[in-house]
Each structure stands twice: as C-alpha cells, then as structure tokens.
Design a protein around this ligand. Sequence first.
Ligand code: 5GP
Length: 211
Amino acid sequence: MGNRVNTKPSTSSGASTTTGLLLVISGPSGVGKTTITHRVEEHFGAVFSVSMTTRPKTGDDVEGRDYYFVTPDEFRRRRDAGELLEWAEVFGHCYGTPCAPVEKHLKEGKVVILEIDVQGAIQVRLNMPDVFAIFVDPPSEDELLRRLRARGREDEATIQRRFSKARQEIQLAHESGVYDRFIVNDDLDKAVKAAIEAVEAELRRRGAGAR
Ligand code: 5GP
C-alpha cells in the first residue's frame, strides 16, 4: 500500500490543516510497542518521527534513526524556540518530537508515527486534535513484570522502577481519554494485526469524510 492516505483538506476543529494521518503509539516499557510500531510503519510505508532526547546513547541506538541525541542545553534551547510539538521527562531524561518533519510529512499526505509516552500524547491531542492514538496494554501486570525481567537489560531496582512507572502510565492512559484504541499484546502477531486494522479503519473513516 502507498503512503498517501487522504488528499482532502482536514475540516476538523483545531490548528491542524494537514492531510495525512498523525498516529501516536504508546505503551509501557516491555510491552512490545517498538516491534508493533515498526510493523505498522512497514505496512503503511509510514514515516517514523525521530525524537530528540537527552538520554545517553546505548550500543543499539543509531543517531538520526532511533533518536537525535542532544545535550540538556540544546534540548532546552530548541524547546524554548518552539521547535517541539510535545516533550516530556521520562526517567530523568527529556524526550521531544521535532515539529517541522511531522508537519512536512503530514502535508505530503503520509502516515506519521510518534512512539511517545502518555504525557506527550496528551499534549499532542491538545495541539493536534485529529491525531489517532493507540495504547498497547500488557495482558496483565504479572506478565509485564515477567517481560521486563526477561529482557535481562537491567538490575532488579531498575526493573521495579520501570514496573512502577508502567503501572502509573497504564492507569493514566485509561483515564486520560486521549486514546482511541487499546490493544492488548498477548500475542505479537495478533497485536500487530489489530493495530493495522485499527489504522485502516480510521483511514477509511476519514476517506469517507467522517470526522
Ligand atoms: P527509551 O529511552 O526506552 O527509548 O524511551 C523511554 C520512553 O520515552 C518510552 O516510553 C518512549 O515511548 C518515550 N519517548 C520516546 N520519544 C519520546 C518523545 O519524543 N516524546 C515523549 N513524550 N516520549 C518519548
């Protein structure tokens, strides 16, 4: 499938005058959202929005593909210059979405994916109300804890910190009213299929002129 999704001008209320689809995918650490995001990206020929972060680069990270790694001073400067669509502090580091590429790709009619946390999704919903937002839930809290441990990346104290943040994030996501769809990842292929079907249904709905 091509990546042009809707050539009709948006008529929704709010500041957006875009024609593509802005898609937010959120979920707690360990829930498998990165895999789901990349499979959705491939399916729709979508554009993954590369965030700016002050967190240190790890061995697996590629500058410009996974993140733009910046100093706290540079992050502040660019945030204060209004270059970010949203931003949040997660585990002591700042993360934010640069506006310019998102706006450019939406104007080109593309599906643009933001893989961001709930605080960021709330800001995006306020700034661009016609965003479509998906939250990926774990099958249960016990299973989430098991998956965090199985990654083998962190010590037990860090795992417990991530688990506690994940529980708060899940609660906030469900209470915020920001998400259009909740998808439980108990089976990765089924979760990917559900996410793709949700986006296809939304594109059809918008193509049919419903708002
Ligand atoms: P990590 O450091 O593990 O890649 O990401 C930590 C958390 O930050 C994840 O929940 C991720 O979705 C979130 N995140 C990544 N980029 C952004 C961003 O630009 N804005 C916000 N609000 N959260 C982000």
